[in-house]
Ligand binder design. Structure first.
Ligand code: ARG
Length: 588
């Protein structure tokens, strides 16, 4: 079903255009959802009146006269200088709830009319380093966006642009050869237990030992020339790194695996040709020995044109060159018509210049959209970027383990009589869910403070609160059995509803807005719109459940109330579980 807000806007736009005899007046119509004013408040009449230099209230009256919304709303009301307030009819709400109920796979939400091929570039850890909390946001935000886009009906291609190429591999390979010479014959026999330590050791040796530094440089050359021995060791380092980050994805229940990997190395043999092409087009020019593109509009504080450097003076290619090659590949070969990059805000300039350069080069056809979805920093309780006490990056794995451990305490307090396996399972869902939810519910462009206490709180906009709300609805089903209420048969074939109590109506009005909220969230890639909606849903459900008996309701009300419970549970399970990848549990 189409979101009601879209239906209302369409009809009102048509009337406003015809009443004012101005076709473009339709563009002025904006509708907001606000229970304080009725269900929806329409804006736009005032702006149209101003244009025509007429009285806005009178214009609003004319609009209302022409407007036929009788199948959806009660009589519209004019408020203030010319707002139109609309209140949905209970019959309409009932009809929509039944429509949602009948749609067992898609919670009543239409698939997009314009499906696209979407490439989403996210996570992208750098090989031979542990994933740290900085990678958390890209990984889970990217995963949620992919899930939602897929649900909307787009074809989603997940790309993990891992940092698996570059000069740092020279020292890592040289170091492995020195410390574990057996790697040359049998790479698989060498296991890298601690990536961070391994990287640090290699770096230390490189800084301290000139001969080693020379060997490292030689290994970079070997790598680029495709020396089989060097390549083998390189591949082994990549595989070992994957052993570290794949479990993190699995723990986070993020859909990423080796099939989604297309690392920087994949583009290595395309870079020279790409720079030649930029030179041929007169876009890449030499500046201080380096090859640079100067896209228009990018200047330094001093007003100097900013270079997008595609090749260093020593001939090496850079992050930027690889990103140009990747962008081209995604358009030409993956046939993307939309590419979304999820990285922290510090890369804003890089992506602006990347997009500008690719456009200058003529690599971005008209119909292709490019988006950089940025996010802020995860802070510690001291309001500085989250680090360990000794100032090191916190490893994601340690962080997630701690979350699960702490969640275990919460479960223990809440429900000590559950059996051990159950508790372990719930603690995992709650702990991981809490970390993810805390991230999603913050405005992605802001920094946020990472606090276990806050994210694991049972009240407030948190995962445990939402999971508990879900479990509470589900507990009604369990209680039903004890009261001899057969929910299945009461709900099967239900064809009419009896919505009368304010709390029932309030919950119903909220439930039918789910599709509208998803569309809003995706218009700017902001999952926090969705978490806010789910949180409000849980609160409205509470209000309803406190005001209206369900299992003990009379025969006239009970099926309606059972349906409200069921749709609430289905919506929470869908929003949390399917779209945000946060597991719900039946019991807590
Ligand atoms: N590996 C990079 C980093 O850790 C992120 C890559 C993002 N994606 C891209 N296509 N540049 O900073």
């Amino acid at each position: 079903m189409k979101p009601v807000i879209d239906v209302l806007e369409q009809r009102i736009s048509r009337v406003l255009s015809s009443v004012t005899e101005q076709p473009d007046a339709a563009a002025l119509v904006k509708t907001a959802t606000d229970p304080r004013f009725g269900d929806y408040q329409v804006n736009g009449v005032m702006a149209a009146a101003k244009r025509l230099k007429t009285n806005p209230r009178q214009l609003a009256e004319k609009v209302i006269e022409e407007l036929d919304l009788s199948d959806i709303c009660q009589t519209p009301e004019i408020a203030g200088p010319g707002f139109i307030n609309l209140r949905l009819k209970p019959e309409y709400l009932a009809e929509k709830l039944l429509e949602i109920n009948a749609d067992t796979t898609h919670v009543g939400i239409d698939k997009t009319g314009g499906p696209k091929r979407m490439v989403v570039d996210f996570s992208c850890p750098n090989i031979a380093k542990q994933m740290h909390v900085g990678h958390l946001r890209s990984t889970i935000l990217g995963d949620a966006l992919c899930r939602i886009l897929q649900f909307e009906g787009h074809t989603v291609i997940r790309q993990n642009h891992i940092g698996d190429w570059g000069t740092q591999f020279g020292m890592l390979i040289a170091y492995l050869k020195q410390t574990s010479p057996e790697i040359i014959e049998r790479p698989d026999s060498v296991h890298i237990a601690d990536l961070e330590q391994f990287y640090r050791n290699a770096k230390a040796r490189c800084d301290a030992d000139r001969d080693f530094a020379a060997l490292s440089r030689q290994e970079v050359v070997n790598l680029h020339e495709g020396n089989p021995e060097t390549l083998n060791i390189w591949r082994h380092i990549v595989d070992e790194s994957r052993e570290h980050y794949q479990p993190v994805y699995d723990t986070l229940e993020v859909n990423l695996n080796q099939d989604n990997e297309r690392g920087e190395s994949f583009y290595a043999d395309r870079l020279a040709g790409l720079v030649e092409e930029l030179k041929g087009k007169g876009l890449a020019v030499e500046s201080d020995g380096a090859m640079c593109v100067f896209p228009e509009g990018f200047v330094s504080k001093e007003g100097q044109p900013l270079p997008f450097i595609v090749q260093k003076s020593d001939g090496a290619f850079l992050y930027a060159t690889t990103d140009l090659a990747a962008l081209k590949f995604r358009i030409d070969e993956l046939k993307a018509d939309h590419i979304v990059y999820v990285t922290d805000a510090r890369q804003k300039l890089h992506f602006e210049m990347l997009f500008a350069t690719a456009r200058l080069a003529g690599w971005v056809p008209e119909h292709v959209a490019l988006a950089h979805v940025t996010f802020g920093t995860v802070l510690g309780e001291d309001n500085r970027p989250l680090k360990t006490r000794s100032g090191e990056n916190i490893k994601l794995r340690d962080l997630l383990n701690e979350a699960v451990q702490r969640a275990r305490t919460v479960v223990e307090e809440k429900n000590p009589q559950l059996d051990e396996d159950r508790k372990t399972d719930i603690a995992r869902a709650v702990g991981i869910g809490a970390v993810k939810y805390a991230d999603y519910c913050n405005n992605r462009t802001s920094d946020y403070v990472f606090s276990f206490d806050k994210m694991l709180a049972m009240d407030g906009n948190t995962a445990p609160y939402m999971q508990y709300a879900y479990a509470r609805v589900k507990s009604i089903e369990r209680k039903a059995a004890g009261k001899d209420v057969d929910i299945q048969s009461e709900l099967s074939g239900i064809a009419t509803l009896n919505l009368t109590e304010p709390a029932e109506l309030d919950l119903a009005r909220h439930l039918i807005r789910y599709g509208e909220v998803i569309a809003n969230a995706m218009a700017d890639y902001r999952p926090n719109y969705l978490t806010t909606f789910l949180y409000e849903l849980a609160q409205k459900f509470s209000g309803f459940y406190n005001a209206c008996p369900v299992l003990d309701a009379n025969a006239q009300s009970r099926p309606t109330r059972l349906l409200l419970c069921d749709l609430t549970a289905r919506t929470i399970a869908h929003g949390l579980g399917e779209l945000l990848g946060i597991r719900v549990v039946e019991q807590m």
